[in-house]
Ligand binder design. Structure first.
Ligand SMILES: [Zn+2]
Length: 469
């Protein structure tokens, strides 16, 4: 035995690591290492580098241990090998702006529906769509901290990883947050105390809202409050992000050192002064939420019969979306007629910011009613391309760039040492961004997750028919 071990370790140092690990695990009485080798795919690595053909990678216990040209990657003995010739492999998508656990179908209520089971079910739906991490934006109950602590302890989880802004800062009586969650402040002192309390619970970053819902709300968050939130976040080593609508508030918050915007400026075209200030201060456009704005322009969402959408929602949800009463109610809303112009402004301003070189991520604001987890990430990528960036730029925003904002070192790119959070596609997403929908496999920490094409929500498993070939 001893001689075999020595022999194996010597072989391991020669590069046949799998055999070495298996023996060590056997000696320790534990399970042997799980090694997966994916071979001969075209790699989109999340750094912005052009796609690389005929690449392979090795994952050991969920982490990437080798990645590079297929001819140079050494498959350890005993590894599970999969030939992905003709396929495209990219990092799992990160959605930088979601809200978890707020709805059942399209009925929204934090007090009624926010619990661990609902949050975890949504995280699985995100993963099925290839979204393997989400940043949840200021509407979480304290359960999120237990969920995230468990995720980070376990590492090799099922479903998407979550990063949270806990409960974001809302100015009392103004816009933002969700009913039923205690998150309103009236003074800078209250703001400081709230941010300290929430960061101590484990928030990854801090969120604030500065808006007035087209003037429906009497007062936007005063700058004394936003300053207290931003300064306190920074003092605690956290970034602060803002919900904004108006160009003047974007400029004000940039001046106060906000780190990122979670929506586009939507009241008027951004000017050169704002772009210059964002560049000087290093402010990011972390989420453009174009799919959110687009969704508001419809009485009936245009994808209600799209199989890629239908698999993620129960038939009762489709029926609710299609009900004539709902469509009439939406069309009669006081702001319904304003949304096409708002969407148009968001598209233009996103394109202008991207062109000017402002760092931009990808975020949808999915999670509130009728803004659907996972599906919206694919729609957002499509709208970003429509606004003027290349498919590769949109994919980089949704992976490496989003990870960099939160300094999330284990995700976002396909590189040695990172989690094997991966998306395998049948068709090239850099040729047509809609090819992100051709999902063949999703891995979280090296383990295959059920894809949306293997999902049939709210029906018998076979009721959605076979996955398209
Ligand atoms: Zn939001």
């Amino acid at each position: 035995m001893r001689r075999r071990l020595r022999h194996s370790l010597r072989r391991a140092t020669l590069g046949r690591l799998g055999a070495g690990i298996a023996i060590i695990a056997f000696m320790a009485g534990g399970a042997s290492a799980e090694t997966v080798v994916l071979e001969h795919f075209t790699l989109i690595d999340g750094t912005g580098r052009a796609p690389q053909r005929d690449q392979s990678l090795v994952m050991v216990d969920g982490r990437v241990t080798q990645v590079g040209p297929a001819a140079r990657v050494r498959a350890p003995k005993g590894a599970v090998r999969e030939n992905l010739r003709g396929k495209f492999l990219m990092p799992g998508i990160i959605d930088s702006h979601v809200h978890l656990g707020l709805v059942d179908g399209i009925e929204q209520s934090f007090p009624k529906y926010y619990d661990r089971a609902n949050v975890e079910q949504q995280l699985k739906l995100y993963a099925a769509y290839g979204v393997t991490s989400v940043y949840t934006l200021g509407t979480d109950g304290d359960e999120i901290h237990t969920i995230i602590a468990d995720q980070r302890r376990i590492g090799r989880i099922d479903g998407a990883r979550a990063f949270t802004a806990g409960r974001g800062v809302v100015y009392k009586g103004s816009y933002g947050g969700v009913p039923g969650l205690d998150q309103q402040v009236s003074t800078p002192a209250e703001t400081q105390a709230m941010v300290r309390r929430e960061v101590a619970k484990g928030d990854d970053f801090v969120k604030l809202w500065m808006d007035d819902e087209f003037g429906d709300v009497a007062e936007r968050m005063p700058y004394s409050i936003s300053k207290a939130a931003i300064d306190t976040a920074h003092a605690l080593g956290k970034k602060a992000v803002g919900h904004i609508f108006y160009a003047e508030n974007a400029a004000g918050l940039v001046g106060q050192g906000v780190d990122g915007f979670m929506h586009q400026v939507r009241d008027k075209p951004i000017d050169v002064a704002l772009i210059a200030d964002m560049k000087t201060k290093g402010t990011w456009q972390l989420a453009s939420t174009l799919s959110r704005e687009a969704s508001f322009t419809y009485r009936l969402l245009p994808f209600v019969d799209d199989p890629f959408f239908l698999r993620g929602v129960a038939p009762t949800t489709i029926a609710a979306l299609k009900s004539p009463e709902r469509q009439a109610r939406l069309a009669a809303g006081p702001h319904f007629g304003k949304y096409p112009a708002v969407l148009d402004m968001a598209l233009k301003n996103f394109g202008a910011m991207a062109k000017a070189g402002i760092p931009f991520g990808m975020g949808t604001d999915s999670g509130p009613t009728a803004r659907f987890p996972g599906y919206f990430a694919h729609w957002e990528l499509e709208l970003m391309v429509k606004a003027g960036v290349t498919p590769l730029q949109a994919l980089t925003a949704a992976t490496g760039t989003n990870a960099k904002f939160l300094n999330a070192r284990d995700i976002g790119t396909v590189e040695r040492g990172k989690w094997g959070d991966l998306l395998v596609l049948d068709r090239d997403p850099t040729a047509d961004i809609r090819n992100t929908r051709s999902i063949r496999a999703v891995y979280v920490a090296g383990r295959k997750q059920p894809t949306i094409w293997q999902t049939c929500t709210g029906r018998a498993a076979d009721a959605c028919g076979p996955a398209p070939q």
